[in-house]
Design a protein around this ligand. Sequence first.
Ligand code: 5RP
Length: 229
Amino acid sequence: MDVESLKQEAGVAACAYVNDGMNVGLGTGSTVKYTIIELGRRVTEEGLSIVGVPTSLATEELARSVGIPLAELDTLNMLDVVIDGTDEFDPQFNLIKGGGAALLREKIVAQASKKMVVVADARKQVEHLGAFPLPVEITCFSWATTKRSIEKVLNCLTSRRMNGDEPLKTDNGNFIIDAQTGPNIHDPAETERQLLALAGVVQVGLFNGMCDVVILARDDGVEILTKED
Ligand code: 5RP
């Protein structure tokens, strides 16, 4: 099966976690896109009643285009569930996220959700996090100083993410530093703690202990992995 079909399978399967009356965090990326499209179909064709909270401007636009009613997180209490993609997940369900530069809003929404469901294809499953460069959102002010500090903490090379010839700016007006740690983030909580201690770091793309369910699309079908397994 091609990767796009796997993403679609995982994305659509995640809709099983959404019921009438729920407030739903809507993640960002090319896998959860399929969740959002399917939820939109259920809203318009089947009368599903939900309120979505998007984690990026791109997701907001997509969700509006498929007819999902939206609200700001501040106007709601806890969300029932957030469904989001991931760049990697390890056996403890710790994640690297931020490949789509939405990590800050994604983490705010995930922290405000009772349950986090992650949609992924088999390429995202790893033993140790870090083969995917770790995204770190930083302030534009003195960005090069913060970049050097990140390199010192992680003892690895980093690069500032670009968007064509320009540095990429997140929806929050910040830069992203991608850190090439290699697949050896053995203590993600400690790595996150050390990076967050740097004043210029706004947020780190490590989502530790937040994910409850991974919907994993493989060639031979969709597997539901839960934290208790
Ligand atoms: C955006 C993210 C995405 O969820 C992550 O990059 C996975 O995206 P995709 O499903 O396109 O591989 O964290 O910031």
